[in-house]
Design a protein around this ligand. Structure first.
Ligand code: NCC
Length: 276
């Protein structure tokens, strides 16, 4: 496959990756039961038009980065799963506009998810690994994790907090583009929360700064900035095609290599600023 230019690749992403949340009009969620669980407003209506956005990976290399003030200077900040801000503001900031969580966390760590105040800030979005290009009905019958009950429990406890379910079509539209732009065969597993979050923010914002997705000089085998757990697979990937995701993001970077090295920072345009 001939390598696409960054501009061509941005156009592919913009035109082929359809970032949508499940709405009450989407079958099989169009039952009266689901109507009062799913948010009435679209994500776009909820967040409004965003200017500069930050995506904060959970990587251990954020430790001692002192990136907090820079991250908080953005109009909106996206974080992942159980990544905390309390006690880590100096390095990761304190603003949380959107938190993207996987269905494993919502299901396996349900009690913590329902109780921990960490999740009560900002807009929540949950995603679940769906079978390759499955129809929503097929996925609904057989989600990777049965998170629908936990989702409903959370909605009952926090009815005012926007909480969306990511339309699972997006993950495979994105995976196809990752595969098309790689010389090697990629394992058929969905992209990581990190990559999904980056593309979500590219649909909402004018510009997206991503922190420590491409590791800086602080690169470490410590998996998360908030845990003492060592695993090289966290940064390089095992289940998720992380390495391919990172190659793609590197190719799209509009910032400097120096910014990657010193801040772990990559700058991507929002799709509304991509002209094809
Ligand atoms: O670790 P996780 O990811 O929550 O990290 C969020 C995103 O940050 C980027 N990352 C993280 C660590 C690191 N050293 N380098 C990075 O680049 C990745 O883009 C990652 O997606 C996930 O993607 O949802 C994941 O979730 C965890 C776990 O389920 C949650 O933290 C909840 O406990 C997965 N870990 C395990 O299942 C053990 C991880 O594989 C993927």
């Amino acid at each position: 496959a001939a390598k696409l230019s960054p501009e061509q690749l941005l156009c592919r992403l913009r035109d082929r990756v359809n970032v949508t949340m499940i709405r009450g009009s989407d079958g099989p969620f169009n039952s009266s039961e689901w109507q009062h669980y799913l948010p009435d407003k679209s994500l776009n209506e909820t967040v409004g038009r965003l200017g500069r956005c930050a995506v904060v990976s959970s990587a251990g290399s954020l430790k001692s980065s002192h990136l907090g003030p820079e991250i908080d200077s953005h109009d909106a900040v996206l974080r992942f799963n159980g990544a905390p801000v309390k006690g880590f503001q100096e390095d990761v900031g304190q603003k949380t506009t959107i938190r993207l969580v996987n269905s494993q966390l919502v299901t396996v760590e349900e009690q913590q998810f329902l109780k921990d105040a960490l999740y009560n800030t900002g807009i929540l979005i949950v995603w679940d690994p769906a079978p390759y290009h499955a129809e929503i009905h097929e996925w609904y019958r057989k989600p990777d994790y049965k998170f629908f009950e936990a989702y409903k429990s959370y909605r009952i406890r926090h009815p005012e907090q926007p909480f969306y379910i990511l339309n699972p079509k997006m993950q495979w539209q994105l995976w196809d583009i990752l595969q098309e732009n790689s010389l090697e065969h990629i394992q058929p597993n969905p992209p990581s929360s990190g990559m999904l979050g980056i593309v979500i923010m590219m649909t909402l914002c004018d510009e997206v700064d991503v922190y420590e997705f491409l590791p800086s000089k602080r690169q470490t085998d410590i998996c998360h900035y908030y845990q003492k757990f060592h695993d090289h697979a966290c940064t390089m990937g095992a289940y998720h095609p992380l390495l391919f995701e990172k190659n793609l993001v590197k190719h799209l970077n509009q910032g400097t290599d120096e910014d990657i090295y010193t801040h772990g920072k990559v700058t991507l345009p929002g799709f509304r600023n991509v002209h094809c």
